[in-house]
Design a protein around this ligand. Sequence first.
Ligand code: PCD
Length: 790
Amino acid sequence: MTTTTPMGHGRMLRKEDRRFVRGRGRYVDDLQLPGMLHLAVLRSPVAHARIVSIDTLAAEAHPKVKAVVTGAMLAERGLAWMPTLSGDRQAVLATDKVRFQGQEVAFVVAEDRYSARDALELIDVEYDLLEPVVDVRRALDPDAALIRDDVPGKTDNHCFDWETGDAAAAEAVFARAEVVVRQELVFPRVHPAPMETCGAVADYDRIEEKLTLWSTTQAPHAHRTLLSMFAGIPEHRIRVVSPDIGGGFGNKVPVYPGYVHAIVGSIMTGRPVKWTEDRTENLVASGFARDYVMQGEIAATREGRILAVRSHVLADHGAFNGTAAPRKFPGGFFGVFTGSYDIEAAYCSMTAVHTNKAPGGVAYACSFRIAEAVYLVERLVDMLAAELDRDPVSLRMQNFIRPDQFPYTSRTGWVYDSGDYPRAMELALQIAGYDELRAEQAERRARGAGEPLMGIGVSFFTEAVGAGPRKDMDMLGLGMADGCELRVHPTGSAVVRISVQTQGQGHETTFAQLIAEELGLHPDDVDVVHGDTDSTPYGLGTYGSRSTPVSGAAAVLAARRVRDKAQLIAAGMLEVAPDDLEWSTAQGGGRFDVRGVPGSGVTIQEVAMRAHGAGDLPDGVEGGLDAQISYNPDNLTYPFGAYICVVDIDPGTAVVTVRRFIAVDDCGTRINEMIVEGQIHGGLTDGIGMALMEFIGFDEHGNCLGGSLMDYLIPTALEVPDWETGTTVTPAPDHPIGAKGVGESATVGSPPAVVNAVIDALAPYGVRHADMPLTPSRVWEAMQGRAAPP
Ligand code: PCD
């Protein structure tokens, strides 16, 4: 359904779907290079153990095996440990100890995938078992085993401490507050679980001394820099290509040992080497998300004026800190935990620890820990509403930051750029028919036992997305800016090269639309090149919904530069002053006309031909029609939204059914309405998954209990309702077209709406809180021993 083309912004089918729906996508595992070998990884079966010995003789003797590599062999070359994007270090292969179940211990390169896997079974590793640290609350106990004895001087399992806000100010407000609500809230360990697992093909050319790495990365340029610094290969001799990606969701931001294995394997054998994870490897050993135990407190007056929010977070970062967060923000953007409310004081302290679990803490569809922050404050506000016997909507309305307060500096120092919260909330209420829903709920409760327990949950969120600015934000010293390079060809079609990397978001469509809108071209006449470091400008990649806020801005500004140059050329062609020209796209394409004389001028295509063609250009104007930009944002963008979830709980089985879900999102100007809706639908599905079923658990030995999709449940079409969406548009003041990021909004905003709905349904049982995932057994437990419904 294409409704508002020919040009620029609006609903438009995705260009990339022409190949995806025909099965012509090209993913890393589709690559077949001549002479390519296959790599398999031997992983630790235990969570914590000293490695006594590794015997690889039998594996080496396998007829199809080309190389067997252990940590000791890497250590000789200084490659046994690599830096993580958060400045920790991580074992490429274990040398001394294994520190989580699934950790990489050795790898085999063989002629085919089956032989490589078979040979793993021929490797004999002797482990000396150590006590594992599994319970995050016990990680700092004096008798807890020391996990990171590889770090000189380390004596306990501390990862980092961090704080934000004003402790004294918060304490003063809490001391005098009339009402204080406190609750421990656990946001459990979950996994992004992209459809495509991680993988790579490395091809080291010994003649050219050049490495090409095709990999499932969300950040090809950052990976290239990190690999160069770590492996000592000059950066211009590394080409990282991220082809089609089957979903990233934050899982493909870290540099994984497997990528390095493939590189080492190729250097050793002189042949291309492919590594592809299976599902269990992806779930057990690649970047997880969340895993926060949060002590939340909210203070208010009896009239419902929220005064302060305070929290302490115990964060489980696993064996190595595999988070990718800007360096100054080890706790990510958790600082937005004051939510969408105008309050007097806030404070958060965070203690992050190591445990014998997979490394991670990746931002799974949230801009660096914003999902956790929003969950904290939105649960607390609901609990406060219950405490004060207030409607959760009216309590939020009373405390919202008002439209006239923007730009608004929060108590933790974040400058919210723009917003109109009451308008979004009201639209959600209207779509939901909120009053009728409450009336229906009252009726059902009055009818009593046997009725499904009906719950209505509300959440309101504000996100901070689009990292940089580079002065505040970097990873490993690399500033968070993004590049764009635009070339308009003589016949007026264009190629735009961007530094961000799409994983399904539709950049090949939306970036073409951005350029088309600015230059008056049809989006089909603009091709988007991305994901190849050899042919795109530098930038830090796609995560934290930063592509539109950062790279999208770069694209618009590059197009405007091209248009400015086109204006000079057009003025020369028409023999008038540039200021006498008027730009328009009203007649189906971009053109410059002499002011006040429509139709008198030249089209953008004619200008493009002149820019490259015969004849003189105005003085000082170079030939060609190109521009290049590296965009450093002034601020983040702050999308927001109002969500309402309606659930029914079967009182006999405690199964939760999401009956309706209303989502009003404001991401400023929308480039492609249809893509934005798709992003929201996907994110809402993620949110229902986290709220109701997703959970990576461990037994007391540190065995991962979520290692397959039979155990780690993710939602399907059967568990989700028909989404009801609504839109408000509050343009971002610092973005050239007013767009804010949206890719993660729904994942961030929806879990508290679902949990609030479930708790609301259980109100007659006196249930105040229950932790995610709200599986039937958890809901059932919450209902036990409590008052039955009337
Ligand atoms: N848009 C529009 N408008 C506006 C905004 C936006 O249109 N205003 C669109 C664009 O263009 C794109 C999309 O939408 O296409 C999105 O965007 P953004 O928000 O900017 O974002 P990005 O950066 O692009 O992306 C990223 C995100 C993230 S971050 C995540 S998680 C997820 C999301 O994205 N992932 C994914 N979504 C998605 N989808 C898909 N399909 N797949 C995937 O994987 Mo992270 O941090 O990584 O965790």
